[in-house]
Structure formats: C-alpha cells, structure tokens
Ligand binder design. Sequence first.
Ligand code: FAD
Length: 281
Amino acid sequence: MIPPIANNFVAGETPETAITHVEELNRQGVGAILNLLGEHYHERAGADEDADAYVALVEELAERDLDACVSVKPSQIGLDVSDEVFEENLARIVDCASGADGRDCFVWIDMEDHETTDVTLDAYERHAVETDGDVGLCVQANLKRTPDDLERLAPLPGKVRLVKGAYDEPKSIAHTKKARVDEAYRDCLGYMFEHFEGGVAVGSHDPAMIDLASDLHEEFGTDYEVQMLMGVREDAQVELAASGVEVNQYVPYGAKWFQYFYRRVRERKENALFALRAVLG
Ligand code: FAD
C-alpha cells in the first residue's frame, strides 16, 4: 500500500484508484494524463505486460466520460528490448486509443535520454500522420538539437509538449546551466507559438514560462495547454483552469511508485518539506 505522503504524487497502485483521482481532478476543471509507472524493461514480457495494461486502460477510459488521456515511456513498452518491440507495442496502444469502436483517447509519448530521441521522433511522426494527430510527443529544451527537431515537427498533425528536460545529458549535446536551459525553453516556446497550428503544450511548473505562454498566446492566437505533475503547484493548476486556461495534470500510478516518489522528493526542497510536514502530522 502507498503511504499517505507518496499519495500526493502518485494516484494509487491500480487503474481504479487513478480513475478516482481523475474524477476529482475533472470536477475541479483539470484534465488528466495517466501514466502507468514503469521504465527500462530489458525483457519483452515486462514491456508487453505494460502495453497490455495501457490497452486495458484506454478501453476503460472509453467506457467513462472523463477528460483523460495517457502518456507512455518508450523504454516501458520495449525500447530497451528492441526498436521493433517498442514500435509494435506503441502501435497496439495507439490503434486501440484512436478509432476502434469509436474510441478516441489521446496518446502522449514521453521523451527519455538523448539516445532514444531519433527513434522516438520517428515513431511519433508515423503515428501523427496515420492518426491525423491523435498522438503527442514530448521534446526537451535542454537538448541543442531541439530547435531543428521543432522545425521537423511543426508541419505535422499532433501535439508537442515542451519540457526543460529531466535527464543529465553530456555538455556536448545539451545545455547544462539552468539559465541557459531557461533561455532555450523561451526560444523554443516562441517558435512553437509562431509555427505550430495544432496548439502547444507547456510542460512546466515555472510561473515565468506560464506567463510567457499567456503572452505568446495573445500575440499569435495559438491554442495552448499547461501540463504539470500531480502533487506540484496543484493550487496553481486549479486557479489557471478557473481562469480559462486548459490544464492537464500528469498523473502517475502503479505498483512501481517508490522510485518516482523518491525522485520528486529529492529534486525539490518544497516537496521534501511537504513530505516532512506530512510525516510530522
Ligand atoms: P524548474 O526549472 O524545475 O523550476 C522553475 C520554477 O518552477 C521554480 O523556481 C518554481 O517557481 C516552480 N517549481 C518547479 N517545481 C516546483 C515544485 N515542486 N514546487 C513548487 N514550485 C515548483 N522531462 C523529460 O525529460 N521527459 C518527459 O517526457 C517529461 N515529461 C513531463 C511531463 C510533464 C507534465 C511535466 C510537468 C514535466 C515533464 N518532464 C519531462 C520534466 C521536465 O523536463 C522538468 O524536469 C520538470 O518539469 C522541472 O522543470 P520545470 O519547468 O517544472 O521548472
């Protein structure tokens, strides 16, 4: 069972607990992006099992009238086994999510470390074209290649989520200083609002980036949504949604919650204090 402190960042261990959280979020005007926790399977069986779980989740979401979609990690559905396993499992999830029996569930693809960027972009491009835009891709502003990738992505259907980047990448290919990453984020966001007709997803908790997105929306008229993690600036999520901005919360769930929770607590002092206060009652 997940201890109450971790419950702030993870919506339980089962699809049922996650869906209960989504229902509550939707009541507050916030949409959900469900992520089954898991990554880096080196055996096909684990990757297939999580892909099966996503297929079942997408079917379950279709039964209910919820504002919810899913986000998958390439290494969770087989990229560490082989490109082919990843592609087969992604195709299974996307096929189930988009279209069959009238189902219409958006599928986001998370971005992992730089060695996976090319294969992830290729897979996204294929599905974005085949589904006419029922998939989304995350790109990382810290990677020096991202401005070029954005030029490739701009004419495609589908949506792109811009994040700062969560992986420690070598200096030769990535900006590593925070100020430089922030500058790259601003530049990429500006490009996206100017060139992405299908809308922009701002994957950040940073008030400065969210304000910039609002200004860019005024300037270019491009639709946008803000995406934040469960347990981080949740009051701001609800306030933004109440002000008319589309907000989607990334909602992790599943038995592999400990590592994810530990990462959240380590990465920010605010989260650690929050966890400590919960322990002390
Ligand atoms: P930071 O630069 O970390 O912080 C900037 C400011 O934001 C802070 O000064 C503070 O004001 C505010 N802030 C940030 N965190 C907190 C907090 N915990 N509590 C209170 N205020 C806070 N990375 C990937 O590499 N691949 C992915 O697929 C991916 N998907 C993501 C999906 C979503 C929806 C989100 C939100 C992030 C995702 N990330 C992903 C992580 C991302 O790359 C960043 O590591 C992470 O979002 C931290 O950067 P930031 O822009 O939120 O702000």
